[in-house]
Structures are given as structure tokens and as C-alpha cells.
Design a protein. Sequence first.
Length: 482
Amino acid sequence: MGKSPGAWTGMRKKRWPLMILLLFSLSTATVFFIRSAFDSCSISSSSEASIGRHFSEEKGTEITDTEVSKTAQSLKPNPLDFMKSKLVLLVSHELSLSGGPLLLMELAFLLRGVGAEVVWITNQKLTESDEVIYSLEHKMLNRGVEVFSAKGQKAIDTALKADLVVLNTAVAGKWLDAVLKENVPHVLPKVLWWIHEMRGHYFTLEYVKHLPFVAGAMIDSHTTAEYWKTRTQERLGIKMPDTYVVHLGNSKELMEVAEDHVAKRVLREHVQESLGVRNEDLLFALINSVSRGKGQDLFLHAFHESLQLIQEKKLQVPSLHAVIVGSDMNAQMKFETELRNFVLEKKIHDRVHFVNKTLAVAPYLASIDVLVQNSQAHGECFGRITIEAMAFQLPVLGTAAGGTMEIVVNGTTGLLHPVGKEGVTPLANNIVKLATHVEKRLTMGKKGYERVKERFLEHHMSERIAFVLKEVLRKANSHSHA
Ligand SMILES: *[C@@H]1O[C@H](CO)[C@@H](O)[C@H](O)[C@H]1NC(C)=O
Ligand SMILES: *[C@@H]1O[C@H](CO)[C@@H](O)[C@H](O)[C@H]1NC(C)=O
């Protein structure tokens, strides 16, 4: 470390509270800032957006902001500065610790950070416990976000007065008619609709009939945008408004942990101990809510196959372990039982570890060697855990589907395999490849990290969102003057 004792103490002072928080404080309010990696494509926990090269591709403004020093960075004007004093209404379909609402809260705080006036309303059923809702509301109130009832006159007045209204997820569309009623046409021209899901049952007119008339749609990946374009046309006969693809970025807090070697080592030791693995073991982890759509079953089949390959070929490799983070027996009893039976039947229970669902993914990212992203069907909308893992210099073994294809560079920052049963053997081969080629594994991790620094950071996200908000404001203004 070669630092003076003073500097060292300073670093430690800063570091330890954060680590203690990461490790032990799983209470909802405090882990709030650590992005959840769960269920990017579902409504109860949607999300994943990040910002990256795609705007550059579309708008021809390539931003390769590598390794700008922290000082230079903080001197740069915030790209969202133009939102100062603007009134923004955020409409959430729920208030919970799931991806979609957390993402909207991130936007709320980015906007508060530049002095925008931000109002939050939650339209739908409150699925979480009172405690979670209370702590989230307080988190927002503490940062100057106003929280109104979705149905009151205040919500209507705010919608009419606002410079910008953001609807989060397709389901939030129900709020328009239900609350605004005859005022809907006045509000639509300043609505930005943020969409994070890729599933058939969102394509119902009840949710999205006003979609063609809003100022813009902001979608987490090109794949998801394409999906919405074709589905709305084919199923509903409606046209998408101007659509902006906006990839997410990693929070500053996550990057801070990812770049802190001492913190990582401590987290790693802690997790190794809790899993009962040794430092030299190789950990392949899938970090997603356990469900068939996320492909834990196929991953375990591939993992078993890779162990057989290693045995057959008598390869000299450290002992391999599979870690499934995101277990929830109460939610997916049948599927979880199936996974455990498979593990017992194949006698790999000493190599497979199940970890309960948690929002605190950083300790696991600090402890594993490879992230497996095995989402099936259309894949992830974006897959925020993928960029989070890359920040920790982990190579990614991912399905060639959805947002993963827009994040992982096949052969450079990871290896892709097909979705479905056809993907099992390719994934097994890729597991063996990364287990046997240490150099390749480490290089891919480094390349992934470089890619994150180039396009998947918070400031990239702010830049991309700023571009979209400017467009929406411009359109809303031209409309109101027309
Ligand atoms: C994991 O969750 C289950 C219930 O879903 C619970 O019974 C178990 O104690 C939890 N395990 C840990 C280590 O917290
Ligand atoms: C990924 O690269 C490998 C070779 O490195 C290739 O065999 C495979 O088809 C590629 N997959 C995709 C989806 O491009």
C-alpha cells in the first residue's frame, strides 16, 4: 500500500463503515443504495437500465470517457444541471425494494442533486411491509423528494403544473385515466414513459393505450425496444412514440467497493467462511431470484457436465463450486425443490451452495471468480448484475439473448451460450475453459472492467438521461406553444 500512516488511517476510516454496512446491515433502508440484481423483466421487480454506447451509435456522439480523474470529474458540469428548478412528477407502480422502483428513486436523487423539484406518487397496491414503505418514503423525504398520494387533487395539480412526468413501467399507465380523467390529453405531451419489462401480459390496452401519444419512451436495451416496437404493432395495432434506449450505469457506491482491494479481500474472506470454501476454490455464481426464467436449473446441469468433463479429461484445475444467490423457498418451492433434488441425485451437494435472496450483492461479487447470467427466453431486459460483476473484474458466461448481448463482448469480456437446453453443453465447455485458462479468465475480467469504465458508470447514465429529458422538454414546450 506504501501510504503514509495518516493516509492509511484516513482510508480505513472511510472504508470500514461501508464494509460493515455491506456485510451486516441487511435492513432495507441501509442497503438501499446497493442495486438489486433481481428480476429485471418482471413487474413485481422490474428494472435494469443503463446507459452506454447506444446513444452514441444512434446520435453519433461517441463518448469515451475513460479514466478521467476523480477531480476532473467533479469539476465537470453535471449533465442534468438544466433540470434545476424544474418540477418533475414521478409515477411508480409500487414502492418496494425491487428493481423498477429503485431505479426510479435513483433518478429522483439524481434530479434532486441538481436542484430539481421532485414529487413521487405510488399508484398501485403496496406490496411490501409497512416497514419497507416507511423506510423508503423517509429515504426520499430526507433527500427532499415530496411524496403525495396518487389519487388526490395534489397529484392532479402537480401533473398539470409539472415540466415533466415520468411513468415507470407499463402498469403505471393505469394511473392516467384513473386519476387524471379528462386532463389526460393535457399531460401526455410531457410524459416520458420508462419501460423495463419484456413480457406478453404487458401488451394490454388497459396499460398502454396512451403510449403512442406521450413525448417519449425510454427503454433499457435495444432488444427490449425492438420487442416493444413489434409487439405493440402486432398485438395492439398501436405505434410506439419516439423511443430512446438508455443503458444503466453502476452507482458510485458500488464502484467504490469494487475498486477497493482491501474491502474486497475482507468481504471475500467472510463469504468464503460462510460458504465453507477455500481461497483457491473457483466459484461460478448465478445471482438472480431463483426461478425457471433465470435458468438456475440449466446452469446446474451445465455445472455437473463440466465436472464430468474435468474428470474424464483428467484436467488439473482447482475445485469448482456453483453458488446460487437468490434463493427464496417461500416464493418458488417447487422449482427450488427440483434444484435441490438434482444436486442430491448427482451427488454434487458439497459443490453447490444456495444463498437466500439479498439486496447486498457486493460481498458475493467480491468473492466469486465468474458470473453466470443464464436468463432464458428473451433474456434480461438489461441485466444490471452483469455490469456490477464486470466492475468487480469478473468474466461473464451469459446467454446470447436480451441485454446481455449488449453488455458482454463475446470472447473478450465473457463467453455467450444459447438459451434453452441447447445451451447446456456450450455453457459446460465455457465453464471448463475459464477453469483451465487462468490467464484468459483474468484478462476477460479486466476487459469487462474497462468496458464498465467506458460506458456503464453513473455519469454515463446521467449523460444519456439528460439527452432524453432535453428532448422531452423541448417537445413539451413546442406543444404548449402550438
Ligand atoms: C433462508 O430462507 C429460509 C426461508 O425462505 C429460512 O428458513 C432460512 O433460515 C434462511 N437462511 C438463512 C441462512 O438466512
Ligand atoms: C461466441 O464466440 C464463440 C467463439 O469465441 C462462438 O463459437 C460463438 O458462436 C459466439 N456466440 C455468439 C452468440 O456470438
